[in-house]
Design a protein around this ligand. Structure first.
Ligand code: HEC
Length: 402
């Protein structure tokens, strides 16, 4: 049924471009085309035009084009097919039908032959079975239990990552959950999220497999804490650029959680210097807790007013375990301050800082510019390096926010 409708649509589309060739209206009747084809052509071209008719299989006629695969064909329009059908290619054992079939029948056969290539487009519909998702919600915090109001959601995403499925269920007292009658398709991806004590936790993402109708997908949740005792910063990179009467700082930090509670900070994760004007505020909403053993890479971009010299003082919320790094293009600023070490190439290293401390340095104008090859190379390196760090931070941050 669908095939006929599709063929009709296809033929309608053909009509518009074939009208120049004076193709008669009757030719648009796919039933007529199919009848002509079965009666006269299938012995060589095969019932479905795949080039596997009896005469080909017996070896009487050599290899022959497959009408469902346009790459094997030399004709691409009904008009071209009409010509071959009418005149034949006797040297290749394709008979001429000009004096055997009426013009209308040849047009109908031509349109039918061309329409066959539409068949693969509506290939078998995606297999779908009705399945069951079940699994166990476990609390991964030592000694932790499950809150009685823990709920789970089943998410199904199609190949374009649109959410096509969303169902909610309450977790049973024994920690199990179940979703029934879930459409399972190979082009879908599935994920369970659990809402536990105000925080959202996610399972693995799996792809659908219609041969498995019973899917076991566990989710680990944790108790949460706002106590940062187990939280450290292991990346702290500042890319510093010059603007009109301002310094633009791109600050990339990685917040790591070594504890066994999921960490949700009471206030923002990134304390900033006074006067900082944030340029990417909408990127900074953290909705997910930082899991035990996990981390959050974040990027914040801000400007500070500058007039020839600037004391920068950045609060550090959690212990900074590795030296901070400042990345500057040459001849933009000179960095000074205790504990800072310029190792060339536009990178200045700082030092570890305790929680509640500050990273402090002073920016001043460089001595009169004196560009030579090595500063140009350093500039290129700094720009490339800075770009990479910016991108990594950005990509990660987008992931972290999902
Ligand atoms: C005796 C076998 C035979 C019969 C019967 C036959 N054909 Fe063919 N046909 C061939 C062969 C062989 C070719 C390949 C010619 C070539 O290689 O150029 C061919 C080629 C074609 C082509 C060109 C395909 C392309 O793109 O190269 C069309 C269109 C075609 N046939 C339509 C028909 C139609 C419509 C009928 C029935 C009315 C029909 N044929 C009957 C053997 C046959």
């Amino acid at each position: 049924m669908r095939f006929t409708r599709l063929s009709a649509v296809f033929l309608l589309l053909l009509t518009s471009c074939a009208s120049l060739s004076r193709e008669p209206a009757e030719a648009h009747d796919p039933v007529r085309g199919e009848q002509v084809f079965r009666a006269n052509c299938a012995s060589c071209h095969g019932e479905r035009g795949r080039g596997d008719g009896a005469s080909v299989l017996s070896g009487a006629v050599p290899a022959i084009p497959n009408f469902t695969d346009p790459t094997t064909m030399t004709v691409h329009t009904p008009t071209e097919a009409f010509t071959v059908i009418s005149e034949g290619r006797l040297d290749k054992l394709m008979p001429p039908w000009g004096s055997v079939l009426s013009e209308i029948d040849r047009w109908a056969a031509a349109a039918y032959v061309i329409s066959l290539r539409a068949a693969p487009i509506e290939a078998a519909p995606m297999a779908e079975v009705s399945g069951v998702f079940r699994g166990q919600v476990l609390n991964g915090t030592a000694g932790g239990d499950l809150a009685p109001d823990t709920t789970v959601a089943l998410h199904g995403m199609d190949s374009e990552m649109n959410e096509t499925l969303f169902e909610l269920a309450l977790v049973q007292p024994d920690g199990s959950y179940q979703f029934e009658n879930v459409p399972i398709r190979a082009d879908y991806a599935y994920m369970i999220t659990a809402l536990h004590r105000g925080a959202v936790f996610t399972s693995d993402v799996i792809s659908g497999d219609p041969s498995t109708a019973q899917i076991d997908l566990p989710v680990t949740v944790y108790d949460t804490t706002s106590d940062p005792a187990a939280v450290t910063l292991d990346v702290f990179v500042l890319q510093i650029a010059r603007e009109m009467r301002a310094v633009r700082i791109t600050q990339v930090i990685n917040v790591a959680n070594a504890g066994d509670h999921a960490f949700i900070p009471d206030e923002g994760l990134i304390p900033l210097p006074e006067n900082a004007e944030i340029l990417n505020r909408d990127e900074l909403i953290v909705t997910q807790p930082i899991l035990p053993g996990g981390d959050h890479l974040m990027r914040v971009v801000y400007t500070l007013p500058y007039s020839g010299t600037l004391d920068v003082s950045i609060p550090v919320a959690y212990p900074l375990t590795s030296p901070a790094e400042l990345m500057l293009a040459p001849d933009t600023f000179v960095v000074s301050g205790e504990g800072w070490q310029d190792r060339g190439g536009g990178v200045v290293f700082g030092h570890p800082v305790e929680a509640g401390g500050t990273l402090s340095f002073t920016l001043t104008d460089p001595p009169a510019a004196n560009a030579n090859d090595s500063t140009l190379i350093a500039l290129a390196l700094a720009v490339i390096g800075g770009g990479l760090v910016g991108l990594a931070g950005y990509g990660w941050f987008k992931m972290g926010r999902r």
